[in-house]
Design a protein around this ligand. Structure first.
Ligand code: ADP
Length: 437
C-alpha cells in the first residue's frame, strides 16, 4: 500500500527536479512536479482501466500485467474467480445428477411457474402428455393440454386429489389413461406429477368383470336350488316330484362345486411358484389317466358313443407338476368329449418335436370353432357355444387353466380348427422339460 504514495512522490519529485534543472526557476519546478503527478495519475488510470476491463470480462480474458496494488487486485480477483468457477462447476454437476435422477423416474415430472408456464419437464411427462420436453418449454400448459377435466383441475387450485385424462397414445381400441397430480411449492410454483395408470385401470376393469362373471355363474344354480328348497318347504309334493327336485338340486350343486373347484385351480396356478424341473412324469401314465376319465365322461354325456383313441407315442418323460399336467390334459379331452356329437372320433397322444420338445394333442371331429373366436378362447368365462357348455357342466374356465399350465411349464397352448370338420388343441413343452428314452 505504501508503494502508491511512494510512486506518486517519486514522479512529482522527478518532474519537479527535471523542470528546475532545465527551467531554472521555482515556478518551473512547481509546474514539473504537477506534470510528474499528472503523469502518474494518468498511468494509474490506464492500469485501473485495464484491470476494470479484465474484471468486466471475468476469467474469459488473460489477466493484465500490472504492478503494485493493481497486481494484488488482479491476483485476488483471479483466485476469487477460480473459487467461484469451482463452486459453479460443482453445483452444475449436482444439478445434472439431480435432473438425471428425475429423468430416470418412472413418473412424469413437470415444473410450472406461477403463470402455469412450463419451466422444465422430464421425458416421461412429455411422453405421457404428448409434447416435446425441449421445444415446448416456456409454453403455457393450458395450450398443450386441452382436456376440459385438466383445465378445470388446474384452475380450481384444489389439488388434494389427482385428475385422470386420456394420454397422448390413446385412440379407439387402445386406451391410455394418465393420472396428473399437482403439488404447490415456493411462491405459487407448481410441481406436476404424471403417472400411466392404463394397466391399473385395466386390471381394475378385469377384476370387476371377473367378480360380475363369477356372481352371474353362481346366481343361476343358486336361484334354482333355493327355488326348489322353497317348493319343498311350502308345498306338499309327491315322492316322485320330490326325487326329481332333489336330483335337479344335486345337479346345480355339482355345477357350483365344479365352478368353485376351477376357480381354486386358477388361483392356485396364479399364486404358486413355477413347477420345478426335478419331478419327472411318464407321458404314457398321464395319457392313460386322462383318456380313462374321458371315456367315463363320454358314458355320461353321450352314452359312450365316442371313439376315443389314445395314440401310441414315443416313451417320453415330462418334467413338471403332475396334478397340473393332468388338469390341463383332461380339460382338453373333456372339451373334445363335450363338444363332439355322439359318433365322433377323438384322438389324443404325445409326440416328440424336432427341436427336442414335445406336444400333447387332442383332435376331434366336432363342430370346429370359427376363426374369430380363436384368440379369445382362453379368456375366463369366454364361451363359443354357451348352451352346450352349460348343458355339459362347462365353467368357461377350462382353456384358461390349460393356458396357465402350459405357460407355467415354459410352453404354450395352440388351436387349429376347421368349422364343420373338427379341432386340434395342443400343449407344446420346451426341450428342457422333455426326456426321450
Ligand atoms: P367350457 O367350460 O365352456 O368348455 P373352456 O374354457 O374349456 O370352457 O372352452 C371355452 C369355449 O371354447 C367353450 O365354451 C366352447 O365353446 C369352445 N370349445 C372348447 N373346446 C372345444 C372343442 N373341442 N370343440 C368346439 N368348441 C370348443
Amino acid at each position: 500500500m505504501i508503494r502508491r504514495p511512494l510512486e506518486l512522490f517519486a514522479c512529482t519529485l522527478t518532474g519537479g527536479l527535471l523542470a528546475m534543472v532545465y527551467g531554472d526557476s521555482r515556478w518551473a519546478g512547481v509546474a514539473g512536479s504537477l506534470a510528474g503527478a499528472s503523469l502518474w495519475v494518468t498511468l494509474d488510470n490506464v492500469r485501473a482501466a485495464r484491470v476494470l476491463n479484465w474484471l468486466r470480462h471475468g476469467h474469459a480474458v488473460r489477466p493484465p500485467r500490472v504492478s503494485a496494488v493493481w497486481a494484488e487486485v488482479v491476483e485476488r480477483s483471479r483466485k476469487g474467480f477460480k473459487a467461484l468457477n469451482r463452486k459453479a462447476r460443482k453445483s452444475e454437476a449436482r444439478l445434472q445428477e439431480f435432473l438425471a435422477a428425475i429423468q430416470a423416474s418412472p413418473n412424469g415430472v413437470l415444473l410450472l411457474d406461477k403463470n402455469a408456464t412450463i419451466e422444465w419437464c422430464n421425458f416421461t411427462a412429455a411422453q405421457h402428455l404428448g409434447f416435446d420436453s425441449k421445444r415446448d418449454l416456456r409454453q403455457q400448459i393450458r395450450n398443450l393440454i386441452r382436456d376440459p377435466a385438466f383445465i378445470a383441475y388446474l384452475g380450481s387450485g384444489d389439488y388434494a386429489k389427482p385428475v385422470e385424462i386420456d394420454g397422448r397414445d390413446a385412440y379407439p381400441g387402445h386406451p391410455q389413461r394418465i393420472s396428473i397430480h399437482i403439488h404447490v411449492y415456493g411462491k405459487g410454483r407448481r410441481l406436476m406429477l404424471t403417472r400411466d395408470i392404463t394397466a391399473v385401470e385395466q386390471a381394475e376393469a378385469m377384476r370387476r368383470d371377473f367378480v360380475a362373471n363369477v356372481s352371474h355363474e353362481i346366481r343361476t344354480p343358486l336361484t334354482v336350488v333355493s327355488g326348489f328348497i322353497e317348493t319343498l318347504q311350502h308345498l306338499d309334493v309327491g315322492p316322485d316330484d320330490r326325487q326329481r327336485y332333489l336330483a335337479l338340486m344335486a345337479q346345480q350343486a355339482q355345477r357350483m362345486q365344479t365352478l368353485v373347484s376351477d376357480l381354486l385351480t386358477l388361483s392356485r396356478l396364479e399364486g404358486s411358484p413355477i413347477p420345478g424341473s426335478g419331478e419327472w412324469v411318464r407321458s404314457q401314465e398321464l395319457l392313460d389317466q386322462v383318456v380313462g376319465e374321458a371315456r367315463a365322461l363320454s358314458d355320461v354325456v353321450a352314452q359312450g358313443r365316442h371313439d376315443i383313441l389314445a395314440e401310441p407315442s414315443p416313451v417320453l418323460e415330462i418334467a413338471g407338476a403332475r396334478s397340473e399336467l393332468v388338469s390341463a390334459m383332461s380339460n382338453l379331452l373333456s372339451n373334445a368329449v363335450r363338444y363332439t356329437p355322439p359318433g365322433g372320433e377323438i384322438r389324443a397322444g404325445w409326440r416328440a418335436l424336432d427341436d427336442g420338445g414335445a406336444e400333447f394333442y387332442v383332435s376331434d371331429t366336432g363342430p370346429g370353432i370359427e376363426a374369430e373366436h380363436l384368440p379369445r378362447l382362453t379368456e375366463r368365462f369366454y364361451r363359443v357355444d354357451r348352451s352346450r357348455s352349460r348343458e355339459t357342466g362347462g365353467t368357461g374356465l377350462g382353456l384358461a387353466i390349460v393356458k396357465h399350465v402350459a405357460q407355467r411349464h415354459g410352453g404354450q397352448m395352440a388351436v387349429d380348427s376347421v368349422v364343420g370338420a373338427g379341432s386340434t388343441f395342443r400343449i407344446t413343452l420346451p426341450p428342457s422339460r422333455v426326456l426321450v428314452d
